[in-house]
Ligand binder design. Sequence first.
Ligand code: NZQ
Ligand code: ZN
Length: 389
Amino acid sequence: MLNFDYYNKTNFIFGKETEKRLSSLIPKGVKKVLIHYGGGSIKRSGLYDTVIKQLTDANIAFVELGGVVANPRLLKVYEGIEICSKENVDFILAVGGGSVIDSAKAIACGNNYDGDVWDLYVGKGQIEGTTPLATILTIPAAGSEVSADTVITKEEGQLKRAYSHISLRPVFSIMNPVLTMTLPAYQTACGIVDMLAHTFERYFTKESNVELTDRMAEGLMKTIINIGPKVLAKPDNYDYRGEIMWAGTHAHSGLLGTGRSDDWASHMIEHEISGIYDIAHGAGLSIVFPAWMKFVYKTDLPRFAAWANRVFDIEINPNDLEETALKGIFALEMFYKSLNMPIRLSDADIVDNQYELMANKATNHDNNTLGNFVKLSKNDIIEILTLAK
Ligand code: NZQ
Ligand code: ZN
């Protein structure tokens, strides 16, 4: 078990009508709030009106910036930074999903950095702290309502990059499962894939003696696999929506990574796919993960066999752990298919074979290898993308 620091300051306000507590949660002394949102789902659902009413009734000044797109863009971030500086914004409220929250986090960074905020995403700058931010989450998926991470795409060069800073953990996150009932089935499924992926990135580790976090991760994976199809079958079921929403937060709170090394190679490879082809992050992950697993499973057969057994109830064949591991990977593919998610690049109409370009972009910014469970070279990434063909 490795040493770790684990600090999670976020106050989670979970349940029905919790968005109506918004004004009481905004810290006293805040002078002006920037409300940041996406392409219109919050206006259609009525959440936007609730937010405006909450702030207006409590005499909290605000400005707003909508129009964040999925796979959020740097240009919108610049726009937000300019508004913050012109309007003296001292608190940012992200209302939406991972894209909106990540854009809000980028603005919170840029508001506290003299140079180009993109510097942070390419390892050329650091900040001491950020403008405080909070979220009202509308899609369980990315886990940005709890994470210290932000992922932004720079239009020029189609570069999708991440930055982490401990102060980016939200002050509070309002999570009302009812607000997720308007999600299309596809976005719900993308979210299920993403939260499962966040668990895999931590579960497949080289560390031993991490039974507590292993078992917690297995419980989470089993829950997501059990509830995921149910939420798709009954999108208005509050309890299913609630379970999936809370699962998404735990998948990316960092708790499951304590004492162990994370991997994240699959996420980095996926960011190259959604950076170029602008597909949903979850759709990229259901393509990359089975291929990554097929490439790395022999590194630790007992771990893969235990995963197949504990998560997918596949009987362990003690004489052939490879068979058990492969059955687990197949079961994962079948699970993704049952959610109508792509499991090959061609399923997402990606057929132009730009594997070398993606592998180059993925390795150029990370000491030329990706991941920890297995350190992947550029050629390894090309092989993984070929397996995902
Ligand atoms: O823009 P609107 O109109 O709100 O529509 C959104 C968007 O089109 C829609 N939506 C959200 N809530 C809805 C809704 N539609 C109907 N009803 C609702 N209640 O869903 C679409 C997708 O939203 P988005 O925010 O893009 O989804 P998600 O939460 O999956 O975020 C994806 C982004 O997060 C990044 C991904 O790379 C991607 O850019 N990630 C962020 C992480 C982090 N910050 O910790 C970690 C992740 O691994 C991930 O990389
Ligand atoms: Zn993810």
